[in-house]
Design a protein around this ligand. Structure first.
Ligand code: FAD
Length: 512
């Protein structure tokens, strides 16, 4: 199923129309293709350095993975892609950009994420570490020993993972902590680390955000990063939806003179205006297509070898009441992992990575109104859930995902007013960056996490003069952190303009 262009709320329509019509006659210094969080972060960085920036976006609206739109009912907005933003509050780019001071209000549930089991038990990751440890009973001390040192070194750990991963960290304690925990929880040793299934599955559900074979070292790193943030800066939801983040970035770009051209799918570099630099917030496959024969054969082969991971197949629901979880405590969380036991998740995730479809895949569910009541109206609230399925899968996931939720929340189906499924292939049709439905912009193996898209000292520079890749297919990889765009822009500023000092990204008086 293909997502149709939803109708926009009037204000957003006017605002974005204005963005696309504004200016247009000035020769840009820099062109950015794609307006996902990384394209927008790149444009913010370049325009703050004093460059004239023009952005091109294939769809009618900007935002990439940051779109929030009504689907079934004009009053209820749904996040089309991302919904929960642990990285948008901690990444070095967003720390400087400072979403809070630009009016983006992050809403926190008391439980960052929950993991119900079939027997009625549920793991709850409270924002409060001690409350989590108390809830985990016999595994409480182990959970504290795992998470507390990560929390104590949270800033160094985040900065290490969010770096371009090409320089040695000044302080080796965070990488050492991370490595020891990846070895313990991202390998065959994982099942022995906790005594109870509740704790084992609670952590494994976070590892499953890596969308790939389980266990694996890459998924271990993801579990440590997101897992410890759940007890620190949290897993917040922006009030009003993810598009509020894109809006704040776009306001900064237009205030600095940037120009948006929407509804323009770029198929060749020749279509773009002459500019001193071009940054592509696209997949490596699109880079190869739009640069064509200009790329050296070796680099093109490298891009062709880039592997894409399993797909997400998503269902958006409009429901009449809060989800009737069998274990009511689960309702304290906005993010819920539906994957069963650790062994079941290992099997399902490994099968999806191997291209095998299972009837009970891992499902990630978000109930945004739990954290942000403004998202609901009496008798209507949005719910979003996606299953991990093989890359390229064309099956409508609606029945499978509904049945999965029903297993943990009997009666859920009766609350559904509207629902809409988008297969992995449908997600690709919606956004060419999700190749085959891979929302991670490339398989999350340890090698590809470090060496995306091809092994190069500067992963953002392509062999073409003045052409850079700035999407999540470059380090540090997927999620809404803006760092791929920011680091690519810094590289372009250094190499093409001789600007070595990163620009100030803090709010201008006009953005406050
Ligand atoms: C269903 C789903 C749920 C997710 N949930 C979360 C979440 O809760 N939290 C989180 O942090 N992350 C989440 N993610 C991942 C997150 O959205 C991505 O990692 C992030 O958006 C990647 O940003 P990007 O800028 O690299 O690319 P994208 O956000 O994919 O943006 C790329 C943009 O470029 C445009 N484009 C591509 N090719 C061209 C072209 N040739 N010409 C013109 N325009 C082009 C596309 O239309 C798109 O707008 C989710 C993703 C999906 C799909």
């Amino acid at each position: 199923m293909i997502i149709t262009e939803p109708s926009l709320p009037f204000e957003s329509f006017i605002e974005r129309r204005a963005l696309s019509l504004y200016g247009g006659c000035v020769q840009p210094d820099a062109v950015v293709v794609g307006t996902g969080p990384n394209g927008l972060a790149a444009a913010v960085t370049l325009s703050r350095a004093g460059l004239k920036v023009a952005l091109y976006e294939a769809r009618k609206t900007i935002g990439g993975g940051l779109r929030t739109e009504p689907l079934f009912d004009v009053d209820i907005e749904h996040d089309i892609c991302s919904a929960v933003h642990p990285m948008a509050v901690v990444s070095p780019f967003f720390r400087q950009f400072d979403l809070a001071s630009r009016g983006v209000n992050m809403m926190h549930p008391s439980v960052s994420y929950a993991h119900p089991l079939h027997n009625g038990q549920a793991g709850l990751a409270y924002r409060d570490l001690e409350a989590t440890c108390a809830h985990l009973g016999p595994d409480g001390d182990r959970w504290r020993r795992l998470m507390k040192p990560l929390l104590d070194h949270s800033r160094e750990l985040v900065d290490f993972i969010m770096s371009g991963q090409r320089s040695l960290p000044r302080n080796p304690s965070a990488p050492a902590l991370l490595l020891s925990r990846m070895l313990a929880h991202g390998t065959a040793l994982a099942p022995g680390r906790f005594r109870t299934e509740v704790a084992r599955s609670l952590l494994t559900g976070v590892a499953a955000h890596a969308v790939g074979k389980l266990p694996s070292l890459a998924s271990g790193a993801v579990a440590m990063l997101l897992g410890h943030l759940a007890h620190g800066t949290g897993w917040p939801i922006p009030e009003g939806g993810s598009a509020r983040i894109a809006d704040a970035l776009a306001r900064d770009i237009t205030a600095a003179g940037g120009i948006f051209h929407t509804d323009h799918h770029v198929t060749s570099l020749d279509e773009l205006p002459r500019a001193k630099v071009v940054l592509l917030d696209t997949s490596p496959r699109t880079l190869a297509r739009i640069a064509g024969d200009r790329l050296p054969v070796g680099y093109r082969r490298g891009l062709a070898r880039f592997r894409y991971g399993p797909a997400a197949a998503k269902v958006d629901f409009l429901v009449s009441e809060p989800i009737p979880w069998a274990n009511p405590a689960v309702g304290q969380a906005a993010t819920v992992h539906l994957g069963g036991t650790q062994a079941e998740m290992f099997r399902a995730e490994t099968a999806a990575a191997a291209g095998i479809r299972t009837q009970e895949p891992f499902v990630l569910l978000v109930d945004p109104a739990q954290a942000d009541p403004s998202r609901a109206r009496p008798g209507r609230r949005p719910v979003w859930a996606y299953a991990h399925v093989p890359n390229g899968d064309t099956t409508d996931p609606t029945a499978m995902v509904t049945a999965c939720i029903e297993r943990y929340a009997p009666g859920f189906t009766d609350t559904v007013i509207h629902r809409r499924g988008v297969s992995g292939a449908g997600l690709h049709a919606y956004n060419p960056n999700y190749v085959g439905g891979d929302i991670g912009a490339g398989a999350m193996t340890l090698w590809q996490s470090l060496m995306r898209p091809v092994p190069r000292f500067d992963p953002y520079r392509t062999p073409l003069t003045r052409v850079y890749l700035c999407s999540a297919s470059t380090p540090p990889g997927p999620s809404v952190h803006g760092m791929s765009g920011y680091l690519a822009a810094l590289s372009a500023l250094r190499h093409e303009f001789g600007i070595r000092t990163p620009p100030d990204l803090g709010p201008l008086p006009i953005n406050r």
